[in-house]
Write a protein that binds this ligand. Structure first.
Ligand SMILES: Cc1cc2nc3c(=O)[nH]c(=O)nc-3n(C[C@H](O)[C@H](O)[C@H](O)COP(=O)(O)OP(=O)(O)OC[C@H]3O[C@@H](n4cnc5c(N)ncnc54)[C@H](O)[C@@H]3O)c2cc1C
Length: 402
């Protein structure tokens, strides 16, 4: 917890109790949003969020903050649009500034196949409630004059899609807004408590074992980010998740305004400008599965080269900082939310490289599942049993990282 949070945010820290109605493992955006919506929408406040480090220390405080709903399959478009809508009203709902800014997003294609894919994306988006339009190279240039549409002679822009609702929000402020809102209602948020294992009796979860002793719970939600497989394996649940590092970096201040978010699914990089004027960039996951938070020069070199190809002004900037998070990647590049087959044990995972944008909608829907016992229709397609039922939600082309 940094100085800003201690001084500016009204959080009341208490010692953990020995039993709760709901225990949430992981104080990232997903765990905290679920706690917030449980308290504010359903009046369920006998809830603990257990965080081994400090809240927002995982990927929720390490991401590149892009929010969008321009996915490639109907179920995802509807789900992410709900999150885009919730983000737009989060400041007024919580009374906290999250620095939400709608900027618009350009998703570029560099081949005939890419153009076909983007035309299809625009059709699916409009059909299922998201604003996306196909744009030709001239329109790309008009929307973002800094783009070299010849792609440095290597990757000419052949077209793309424009998604006006693409936006960004300050990631740690989102975490703090949900944390403060939940605590104000009586939720316990505990930092510095590591959950070692889940307690299961018969086919029912009964609580968690922590480094500060056992805690009983009627419901346990795993929101442990890249560490989910090791946690739920202690209850005998095997997940189709692989953990991969994902890196990002920022440059020094760019004097001009760069008002849009740009992504290229072929070049595998995306860029936006932070409120401080830095250019913020990310790319694809590291190929080797790992829990390592180590950043590499190799990543910087490759990502910066591709980014400069499309945005030549970047050549004049210097890289200031680089960092890494570890991502829970699912095989179909879609999230996994809901029941696990063990009574009372729920998961929210498979958020990979795309879960920041989903925090409000996933939290809202999982809170409803916990409160009612029934899986809401919006997240039913993303249940774990889809893999056994051969109903995977393949949407790799929308991850922006492959
Ligand atoms: C570099 C990078 C860029 C990204 N860019 C974007 C983007 O632009 N847009 C987007 O939508 N998504 C993006 N993402 C993905 C997004 O950040 C994640 O999907 C999202 O933050 C996941 O939130 P979470 O709450 O599930 O996990 P986390 O924020 O990782 O939280 C999990 C928490 O659980 C805690 N924990 C783990 N194990 C235990 C345990 N045993 N006991 C107690 N606590 C435990 C961890 O300490 C952690 O704080 C990016 C990710 C990275 C790394």
């Amino acid at each position: 917890m940094n100085e800003f949070v201690e001084r500016k945010i009204a959080l009341t820290w208490r010692a953990p109790k020995r039993a709760y109605d709901v225990v949430i493992v992981g104080g990232g955006g997903h765990g905290l949003a679920t706690a917030y919506y449980l308290a504010t929408r359903h009046g369920i406040t006998n809830v603990a969020v257990l965080e081994r480090n400090y809240i927002g220390s995982g990927n929720s405080g390490r991401n590149t903050t892009i929010i969008r709903a321009n996915y490639g399959i109907p179920e995802a478009v509807r789900f992410y649009q709900r999150s885009v809508d919730l983000y737009a009203s989060l400041e007024s709902e919580t009374g906290r500034g999250i620095m939400h800014r709608q900027k618009g997003l350009l998703w570029l294609a560099h081949s005939e196949a890419g153009v076909r894919a983007e035309r299809a994306r625009a059709e699916v988006n409009v059909a299922f409630g998201t604003k996306t339009e196909f744009v030709d190279p001239d329109q790309v240039k008009r929307i973002c004059p800094q783009i070299d549409i010849t792609g440095g002679g290597l990757w000419p822009v052949a077209g793309g899609t424009y998604h006006p609702e693409g936006s960004t929000a300050r990631h740690d402020r989102v975490v703090w807004a949900f944390a403060e809102g939940a605590m104000r209602q009586g939720v316990d948020i505990q930092q510095g408590i590591r959950v070692h294992s889940l307690r299961v009796e018969g086919d029912r979860v009964t609580g968690v074992e922590t480094d500060q002793g056992p805690i009983s719970a009627g419901v346990v939600l795993s929101a442990a980010g890249g560490h989910v497989t090791t946690l739920v394996s202690t209850a005998g649940v095997r997940l189709p998740i692989r953990t991969h590092p994902l890196q990002a970096f920022v440059t020094n201040h760019y004097a001009l305004e760069f008002p849009i978010i740009v992504a290229s699914a072929t070049l595998l990089f995306y860029a936006s400008q932070t409120a401080r004027g830095e250019m913020l960039m990310g790319a694809e996951i590291d190929r080797q599965p790992s829990y390592s938070y180590r950043s590499s020069h190799d990543f910087l070199q490759h990502c910066a080269f591709r980014a400069m190809t499309l945005l030549p002004f970047l050549r004049n900037l210097r890289i200031l900082r680089q960092w890494t998070g570890v991502c829970d990647m699912s095989p179909d590049y879609s999230p996994i939310m809901g029941k696990t087959g063990i009574d009372g044990l729920l998961i929210t995972t498979g958020w990979g490289t795309w879960g920041f944008k989903a925090i409000p909608a996933a939290g809202e829907q999982l809170a409803q599942l916990i409160a009612t016992g029934a899986t809401p229709e919006l997240i039913a397609p993303f249940s774990l049993d889809r893999f056994a039922r051969d109903r995977t939600m393949a949407d790799r082309g929308s991850a922006g990282t492959h």
